[in-house]
Design a protein around this ligand. Structure first.
Ligand SMILES: *Cc1c(COP(=O)(O)O)cnc(C)c1O
Length: 513
């Protein structure tokens, strides 16, 4: 008798045959979802109270057939997601999953191994080592650096800065703590464009947000190494203790890339740790035209890159690297008796490199993605995204009312619609009936107009953008990177933007008449 014939469904899991049948039904739905994705709105405008009420079911007392659960998911959940994995999703950072990632998630859940110590999941740890080495090669970081997969860049930055702080061995913070003793004021430097995970790390580490020195940036939103040098010199003179600099490769607002060689030189001069937040920018090194701009990650003491942002991986997977050997382990290694194993030279116990103990087999999806597409395939896909961003920039540059408000080489395009400029500054007469509008729209009105465009585009469901406030004012951020996005989608986005902008402009003028 086959084991599954004795299966008691009231206490056991699904029979494996049932799992297969349900899995096939799910895969068919995923297929339909992806095949019709362009007909689906990118986002929903249901309000929070309505949506909460829609899903506010009582605790299910009895089993629900899986078919019903699936139907209900498509009825009540799917329409009210914001579809990040949509070819017209360009908000925040256009992340992407992919076929190999989707399937690897199912297998990861099947084995459900806990990759804390090597012995607890040997092949998972070994695959982690392999994909870390592959991604180090892609990003130009030393392959023999320590590395670990984590669940997000924010935590990676916290861990790197913890190691940097504990690297100040004279202070012995790891052992003696920061409370109730006389310690120097520790200072951390970054640009005013850096991600707020730097501040969160300072909060968590007891550094304090007041000791995060946010340096002003140059006209291209990059950290100014001379300003950094001066800040360090002044602080040292005042008796403060600089301990780390966080530079960014691909800032959140405008995709700026800090000048790493100059910053690294300053860090060496002052003996401070350089952490590079390349969560967004790092993997764009796979694009030949971008590579020279992001080719210096190897200068960092530690670096974070986000395969879940750029490398077609589902959330959540981040890689943290640290070339200062054992620095992460010197902070995070604590081995309780129940996890003590016989040491083997080649074995890495990844729990020793971060705070996290229970760890998903995150490496599997990266192994599948990188093997399925190959380095050349990843590069081709990223290159296509970069080309689409160039195309969008060219379209905006060629239009009198639009301008590109950032100068990043990364496929993050900040657009600003400025239909009316102060007299004398317009390089061309506004076309058509706009010439009849003698209303002067000042910068604040242009801000308002761009805000209206953002909201109207989202309401249309046909695309989804986000915004930033930069030195140019309120700008529309268009991030291009989803694996499904094609050149036609960008042409269509451009049409949507123009039409929406003209409508909003008319509405705004009517309001101000
Ligand atoms: C996305 C991003 C982060 C945060 O990453 P998470 O993985 O969401 O924690 C930090 N810094 C930069 C520059 C980013 O682009």
């Amino acid at each position: 008798m086959d084991e599954s014939d004795q299966h008691d469904p009231s206490v056991g899991d699904w029979d494996p045959r049932e799992l297969e049948a349900n899995g096939q039904e799910l895969l068919a739905r995923i297929r339909r979802h992806l095949e019709t994705i362009r007909q689906q709105p990118v986002t929903t405008d249901i309000d929070a109270a309505q949506l909460t009420a829609l899903l506010d079911d009582p605790l299910p007392e009895r089993p629900t057939p899986f078919g019903e659960v699936l139907d209900d998911t498509w009825e009540r959940v799917v329409p009210h997601l914001t579809h990040w994995h949509h070819p017209s999703f360009h908000a925040y950072f256009s992340t992407s999953t992919s076929g190999p990632a989707i399937l690897a998630e199912a297998l990861t859940a099947t084995f459900n191994v806990n990759a804390h110590v090597w012995k607890s999941a040997p092949a998972a740890a070994a695959v982690e080592g392999t994909v870390l080495r592959w991604m180090a090669q892609m990003t130009g970081y030393p392959e023999d650096a320590d590395g670990v997969l984590l669940n997000g860049a924010s935590l990676a930055t916290l861990y790197a800065l913890t190691a940097a702080r504990d690297g100040l061995t004279d202070l012995a913070v790891r052992e003696r703590g920061i409370v109730g003793r006389d310690l120097p004021v520790l200072r951390l430097y970054t640009s005013d464009q850096a991600h707020n995970s730097v501040d969160k790390a300072a909060i968590t580490l007891g550094i304090g947000t007041d000791n995060v020195v946010r340096l002003p940036v140059d006209a291209r939103d990059r950290m100014d190494p001379r300003a950094l040098r001066e800040a360090l010199r002044d602080d040292v003179r005042r008796g403060l203790r600089p301990f780390a600099v966080v530079a960014t490769v691909g800032t959140t607002a405008t995709g700026a890339i800090d000048p790493l060689p100059e910053i690294a030189a300053v860090c060496r001069e002052f003996g401070v740790w350089l952490h590079v937040d390349a969560a967004y920018g790092g993997f764009w090194r796979l694009v030949d035209g971008i590579r020279p701009e992001v080719d210096h990650l190897g200068l960092a003491d530690s670096v974070v890159v986000n395969p879940h942002k750029v490398l077609f991986s589902s959330l959540e997977v981040t890689a943290l690297y640290c070339r200062r050997k054992d620095a992460l382990a010197n902070t995070f290694r604590l081995v309780p008796e129940y996890l003590r194993t016989t040491p083997e030279d080649a074995a890495v116990d990844y729990m020793n490199l971060s705070l996290q103990l229970g760890r998903q087999f995150r490496a599997l999806k990266l192994w599948w993605i990188i093997r399925s597409f190959g380095r050349s395939g990843l590069s081709a896909r990223l290159t296509r995204s970069a080309a689409m961003a160039d195309r969008l920039r060219a379209l905006a540059d060629g239009h009198p009312d639009w301008r590109v408000a950032n100068s990043s080489v990364l496929p993050l395009v900040c657009l600003r619609y400025e239909p009316v400029r102060p007299e004398g500054t317009a390089d061309r007469q506004p076309p058509g009936d706009r010439a009849a509008f003698d209303d002067r729209i000042d910068d604040r009105l242009n801000d308002r107009l761009n805000e209206m465009i953002l909201a109207a585009v989202a309401r249309s469901g046909r695309a989804f953008l986000s915004h930033a406030v930069t030195s140019a004012g309120y700008v529309l951020r268009v991030s291009i990177g989803n694996i499904q996005t094609r050149p036609e989608d960008i042409e269509q986005l451009w049409e949507i933007l123009q039409k929406t902008a003209e409508d909003c402009h008319r509405r705004l003028l009517a309001e101000h008449r």
